[in-house]
Design a protein around this ligand. Structure first.
Ligand SMILES: NC(=O)c1ccc[n+]([C@@H]2O[C@H](COP(=O)([O-])OP(=O)(O)OC[C@H]3O[C@@H](n4cnc5c(N)ncnc54)[C@H](OP(=O)(O)O)[C@@H]3O)[C@@H](O)[C@H]2O)c1
Length: 350
C-alpha cells in the first residue's frame, strides 16, 4: 500500500499563559505520512489511536526545555504526546496481536503510531460495564491517583470532615466518593453550577459550592472545621483551608490548577503555612503518583477499587471531543473548566 497521510498535532511554540489552538498546538492533516504495510516496527506494534487522554499535568510539558522538572518537556516542532488508548494493527511483539487494545503512557497525538514497550505499552481488557476510555480516567492514572494518595496520606476516619477542590474532576470526584464511602462528611468545590448540582444530586456530597460565586472561607466557616483538605488547585483556596483545619489535620497536595497558566504573573503567596502547620500539628504531603505506586497499591486498586467502579458505586463524568483536529481546543477547554470529568479525544472508532 502507498503511504497514507498521518494527521498529527504539533507543539509549535511555548505558551506564556493558556495554550492557544493554532498557535502553540497546531493540527496538521497531511504534513506526515506512513506506510501501514511496510513501516518498521522496531520490535513493537503499529497502532491506530482510539482515545487521547488529556490531563492537566501536560501543561507542564509545554515549557522551555532548559527549565528542569520531574517530567521531560515536549520537544518543540514535534508531535505532542500523552497517554493514549489504541488498537493494534500489526505487531512484532508477541505480547500484542492485531485487534488488541493497548494503553501507552507516552504516544504522539497522531492517527497512527509505532509503539514499543519503551512507550510504556500494556494490553487492556475491556472493562465490565464501562467504556475503554475509562482507562484514561476513573480506571486509569487519575483514579489511581485519588485511591493511592488517600490510602497513603488520608488516614480517613468516619465522622471526620474532608474538603476537596476540583471536586467534579476525575481525581476530585473519586476522592469525594471514597471519603463518603468511608463515612466522612464531604465538602466539595467546583467552578460551575451544573457540576455543583451533580455533586449534590448524584454523588450526595454533604456540601458542594461554586468557588466562582461563593467564598471558600464562608463555606468552611459555616460547614467546617475540616480534618482533611485534598488540594487540586493551590493558591488562595489552600491558604484558606489552613485556617479552617483542625488539629492533627491532613493536607494532601495533589495539584495546583490555579497556577498552571499564570505565565510571568507571580504565584499566590501562602500566608498561613508556618503558623497553622506548627500550631495544629498538621501533616502535609505533596506527591507524584508514580512515586507512590507499588505492587501492593496496584493490587489493592484492582481488588478494592475497580469493583466499585464496575458496579457503579463510583460514578464519573466524561467529556468527549470527536476528531484529532479537536485536540488543541479540548486541551484549552480543560484549563478553562469547560470539561466535566475526564477529557478525552475520540480519534477513531473502537
Ligand atoms: N500529583 C499527581 O501525581 C497528580 C496526578 C493526577 C492529577 N493531578 C492533579 O490533580 C488535579 C485534578 O486532575 P484531573 O485529572 O482530575 O483533572 P480535571 O478535573 O479535568 O482538571 C481540570 C479542572 O481543573 C479546574 N481548573 C482549571 N483551571 C482552574 C483554575 N485556574 N482554578 C481552579 N480550578 C481550575 C476546572 O474545574 P472547575 O470547573 O471545578 O474549576 C477544570 O475542569 C490537577 O491539578 C492535576 O494536575 C496530580
Amino acid at each position: 500500500m502507498a503511504p497514507t497521510p498521518n494527521p498529527r498535532v504539533i507543539y509549535k511554540a511555548v505558551p506564556k499563559e493558556y495554550p492557544i489552538p493554532g498557535e502553540h498546538l497546531v493540527y496538521e492533516s497531511d504534513s506526515a505520512s506512513i506506510d501501514l504495510d511496510n513501516v518498521d516496527l522496531h520490535g513493537g506494534a503499529l497502532v491506530r489511536t482510539v482515545y487521547i487522554s488529556l490531563d492537566p499535568y501536560l501543561r507542564g510539558t509545554l515549557r522551555d526545555p532548559s527549565v528542569q522538572s520531574y517530567r521531560a518537556a515536549n520537544p518543540l516542532g514535534k508531535p505532542m504526546k500523552s497517554r493514549t488508548i489504541s488498537k493494534v494493527i500489526r505487531s512484532e511483539d508477541p505480547d500484542f496481536k492485531s485487534g488488541d487494545y493497548v494503553l501507552s503512557l507516552s504516544s504522539d497525538w497522531s492517527l497512527h503510531a509505532v509503539l514499543t514497550k519503551a512507550n510504556g505499552l500494556s494490553k487492556l481488557q475491556k472493562p465490565t460495564n464501562a467504556s475503554l476510555s475509562t482507562y484514561a480516567g476513573v480506571l486509569g492514572m487519575p483514579g489511581l491517583t485519588a485511591f493511592l494518595s488517600l490510602r497513603a496520606f488520608g488516614r480517613l476516619k468516619a465522622g471526620e470532615t474532608l474538603f476537596v477542590s476540583t471536586a467534579a474532576g476525575v481525581v476530585g470526584s473519586v476522592v469525594a466518593q471514597l471519603a463518603k464511602l468511608a463515612g466522612l462528611k464531604v465538602i466539595g468545590s467546583t467552578g460551575d453550577d451544573s457540576k455543583v448540582e451533580w455533586l449534590k444530586e448524584e454523588l450526595k456530597l454533604d456540601v458542594a459550592f461554586n468557588y466562582k460565586t461563593t467564598k471558600v472561607a464562608d463555606v468552611l466557616r459555616e460547614h467546617g472545621p475540616i480534618d482533611i483538605y485534598y488540594d487540586n488547585v493551590g493558591g488562595e483556596t489552600l491558604d484558606v483551608a489552613f485556617q479552617h483545619i483542625n488539629k492533627f489535620g491532613r493536607v494532601i497536595l495533589c495539584g495546583f490548577a490555579s497556577e498552571y497558566n499564570k505565565g510571568d504573573r507571580p504565584s499566590y503567596g501562602i500566608k498561613n503555612l508556618s503558623s497553622q502547620t506548627i500550631s495544629k500539628t498538621l501533616s502535609i504531603n505533596g506527591f507524584v503518583i508514580s512515586d507512590i505506586t507499588d505492587k501492593e497499591g496496584l493490587d489493592a486498586f484492582e481488588k478494592e477499587y475497580r469493583p466499585l467502579v464496575e458496579k457503579g458505586q463510583i460514578k464519573y463524568q466524561e467529556t468527549r471531543y470527536q476528531g484529532l483536529e479537536k485536540t488543541p481546543e479540548a486541551f484549552l477547554a480543560m484549563f478553562k473548566g469547560q470539561n466535566f470529568g475526564k477529557t478525552v479525544v475520540v480519534v477513531s472508532d473502537e
